[in-house]
Structures are given as C-alpha cells and as structure tokens.
Design a protein around this ligand. Structure first.
Ligand SMILES: Nc1nc2c(ncn2[C@@H]2O[C@H](COP(=O)(O)OP(=O)(O)OP(=O)(O)O)[C@@H](O)[C@H]2O)c(=O)[nH]1
Ligand SMILES: [Mg+2]
Length: 428
C-alpha cells in the first residue's frame, strides 16, 4: 500500500498575557492555542508570550517585537505564525510583508479546523460561508499574494477545495450558499416541530470543546459517536434516544463544542445547527473538571449561549472526567458553583446514576401521567395523544377510546377536556 508522506507545517505561536482583542486574559492561553494548532495539523515550532501593552494599529505589535519575532521565526525554522488575537486585514497583510511568511489569527485557525472536520453537506456549506465572510475584507489587492503565500492552514476550504479569491465570485457564492442553508434550516425546523408536537422532551449537550460531550452521549445512549482528543471533533448535530427509568425517555443531541472567542462568522453560519440548542427543553452543560480553566470555560460557553439567545433554558451541569481529577476538592468546589450538578466520568461510568436520576426527576416534572376518554370520532386527538408519549394502556369501550399515557404537560393541557380520573383496567 502506498503511504502519502504528509509534511506538517511548523507554527510559531504568539500569545498575550493580557487583554488582546479576542483573548480576554484567559488562563493557559499557550496550551489552548497549541492544542488548536495541532488539531489543525500543525507542528509547534515554538512560542512567544507577550505582555499586552496596547495595539500598534498598523502591525498589532511594536517594531521591537516584530524584529525579535522575525529572528525567532528564522531560528526555530517556522513556516508560519499564529497570533492568539483577532488581526485586522491590514495588520495581517503588514505582518506578512514584514515577516515574509504567512500569518494567521485565531479566527482563521478555528475556521481551518472546522473546514477539515466538516462532513455533511450542511456542515460544509456552513463553514464555507463563514470562511468566505472572513476572507472577503482580506481580498483587497491580494489575488496574487494569496498564491505567493501558498496554501495550507488558514487557506483551506472544506474538503480539498481551495478558497475562491475573486471578490465578485465570492459574493455570488455566498448568496448561493445562504439560499441553500435557508432551505436546510426550514427542513430542520419542520423536523423539530414534529418532535415537539409529538411531546418528546429534547435535551442538548453543550460545553467547551473537548469537555467530553460525545463520550457522555455514547454512555447514556449506548451509541458510538466519534469522540477523540482533538478540538471540534463534532460538528454535525447527532440525536439519540436516552431511556430513563419507568418507561420514560428523552432525545439527547450532541452538537458543536464552544470555545472562547468563537468566531462570530461561525456562530452566524451555524445558525441552523445552533437552533438545536435554542429549542431544547433542557441543556446538559458538560464541564471538564481536569481543566485548570474549567470556570472560565463555562463562562465562555455561557457567553456563546447568550449570543445565540439562550439564557433561560433549564440547565443541569455535568462535571466530567472525575476519574482523572487529582484533587477531589476541585470537584466539590465546582459542585458548589454549578447547580444542579452531577459529577461523573463519561469514560468509566462513575456517577452516571446520579445524572440519570436528575434527568428522571426533570422528566417527571415535565410530563404528566394522564387518563383520557375520547369519542372514537376524535381521530386526530387520539392520534396525537398516542404518538406523544409513553402509552401504558389503550382500549375501545362503548364507542370511546381509553388511553393511559405519560405525556408532556402542555399536550396534557391541550386535551384536558378529555381527561378522566384514573380508571382501572377492565373498569367502565
Ligand atoms: N479521563 C477522561 N477522559 C474523558 C472523559 N470523557 C471524555 N474524555 C476524553 O476527552 C476527549 C474529548 O472527548 P469528546 O467526547 O470527543 O469531547 P467533546 O466535548 O465531544 O469534544 P468536541 O466534539 O471536540 O467539542 C477524548 O479523548 C475522550 O476520551 C472522562 O470522563 N474521563
Ligand atoms: Mg464531540
């Protein structure tokens, strides 16, 4: 078998200890940027940490730092530079001219990872739209330059395609993608409305990327969604049924992970995917207890949730990876901070019973155990009730239909005119 030898690009990382655009004094910024860079397929040539002292409008960093950076790039043999910040198109261009190599910012890096991960047609369209939106203001007078700087990380589109560099074509393409995505959004909306009409309770996993959402879904639903130690391994929403005690069940969906400074282009382009989060009855917010930045990561997730208009959905916190936590005091501290919470290991299954019982309790508050007696002529009402919940008993009696069912409280309310006190089997 022939093996293709892939030469990895070597990145030099530039991070800032204080507030730079897009990097709000986060703890462990180097580790996170290095994890992002290696998730994009780069090798790390080296890194430099700057104390943030304000921005040079033309170059982002001062002349002294630029010159030192140029030296370091040569010494470490880097192929390109990644800034842990948002660069304006002009700053990026000026830095590239000065360093004579490709320079990308945090947004371009995250967009690149998404482009590599996209599998479904919808995901590919979403990421291409976000990339083109990012590229548009950077195209001015750059047609040739793009090719001079070569391809690789920061210039790759979804699949194997190279991004378009002609402004007029880009505009047309963005419009076409927008129309196609509107269509996808409508289809998804109809599917969601069907689920909601059927009274199914829907929960969504949210959390920082790599927190263990997919691993938890697999454990709860007995499924095999891809989970791995790479950032943004899940892009497309996946929905699985999770059975709980007493015949109850919920639908649980896994979706794209969040990160601090998630590019706004992505949030806009992933509108249809994030609708899944907006319409959920319950959020399971997964937090990686082994991260020294767990609380800041949770706050970043909250910020993205606010940005997409989700701030009052009921939430259960899942404090994950307790098998790998060295100091259990941290788990206790996080449990006090985040409530209601279950401390679990999605890897070993430890603590999962507590999570299941929290879900059970939540579900039993959302649903009602009901007895209905309806005339057989009420076909659509019967149909809706039968499809909407867990049916324990149904029978025909003297032209009426009797149904014992556990059903969403809103649907129970809609059909309350048919509700009867509990009947025993065989009663009339
Ligand atoms: N030790 C330990 N590792 C875990 C646990 N849960 C998940 N992991 C590991 O954490 C990494 C990320 O897990 P995923 O389930 O892919 O995380 P995710 O939140 O779906 O990540 P994205 O889809 O990339 O946002 C994988 O290497 C998992 O094996 C856990 O309870 N304990
Ligand atoms: Mg995942």
């Amino acid at each position: 078998m022939k093996h293709r030898h892939v030469v990895k690009e070597k990145a030099l990382l530039v991070v800032f200890t204080h507030k730079a655009a897009g990097s709000a004094g986060f703890c462990a910024p180097i580790e996170e940027l290095a994890h992002l860079a290696s998730s994009a397929g780069a090798d790390i040539a080296g890194s430099v940490v700057h104390e943030w002292k304000g921005c040079d409008p033309a170059f982002f960093i001062t002349q002294g730092r630029r010159e030192a950076l140029k030296m370091q790039v040569l010494q470490e043999g880097a192929d390109f530079v990644i800034f842990d910040a948002d660069l304006t198109p002009a700053q990026q261009r000026n830095l590239e001219d000065f360093l004579e190599m490709k320079v990308i910012d945090r947004t371009a890096l995250i967009l690149d990872i998404f482009a590599q991960r996209a599998r479904s047609r919808e995901g590919k369209l979403q990421i291409e739209l976000a990339q083109l939106d990012y590229l548009m203001p950077r195209l001015k007078g750059r047609g040739l330059q793009m090719s001079r700087l070569g391809g690789g990380i920061g210039t790759r589109g979804p699949g194997e395609t190279q991004l378009e560099v002609d402004r007029r074509k880009v505009k047309q393409r963005m419009q076409r993608i927008g129309r196609e995505l509107d269509h996808v959004e409508t289809t998804r909306m109809v599917q969601r409305q069907n689920r909601i009409r059927q009274g199914v309770q829907c929960a969504t996993l949210v959390g920082y990327t790599n927190a263990g959402k997919s691993t938890l879904l697999n454990l709860l639903a007995g499924s095999c969604v891809k989970a791995e130690n790479r950032l943004f391994s899940t892009l497309d929403p996946t929905i699985r049924k999770v059975s709980l005690g007493d015949g109850g069940a919920i639908l649980l969906s896994d979706t794209v992970g969040f990160i601090r400074g998630l590019p706004h282009q992505l949030v806009a382009a992933f509108k249809a995917t994030l609708e899944e989060v907006r319409e959920a009855h319950l959020l399971l917010h997964v937090i990686d207890c082994t991260s020294p930045c767990a609380e800041e990561q949770a706050a970043s997730v909250d910020r993205v949730l606010e940005e997409i208009g989700v701030s009052d959905t009921e939430t259960i916190f899942v404090l994950n990876k307790i098998d790998a936590v060295v100091d259990q005091g941290i788990v206790r501290q996080l449990s006090r901070r985040f409530e209601p919470a279950a401390a679990v290991s999605a890897r070993t299954g430890q603590g999962i019973d507590k999570l299941r019982s929290l879900l059970d309790r939540w579900l039993s508050q959302r649903v009602r155990h009901m007895y209905f007696r309806l005339p057989a002529s009420e076909k659509s009402a019967i149909d809706c009730i039968m499809k909407s919940g867990a049916v324990f008993y149904s029978a025909c009696e003297e032209g009426d239909v009797l149904i014992e069912v556990r059903i969403d409280q809103n649907i129970a309310h809609n059909f309350r005119r048919f509700a009867v006190p509990a009947f025993r089997l065989g009663d009339n």
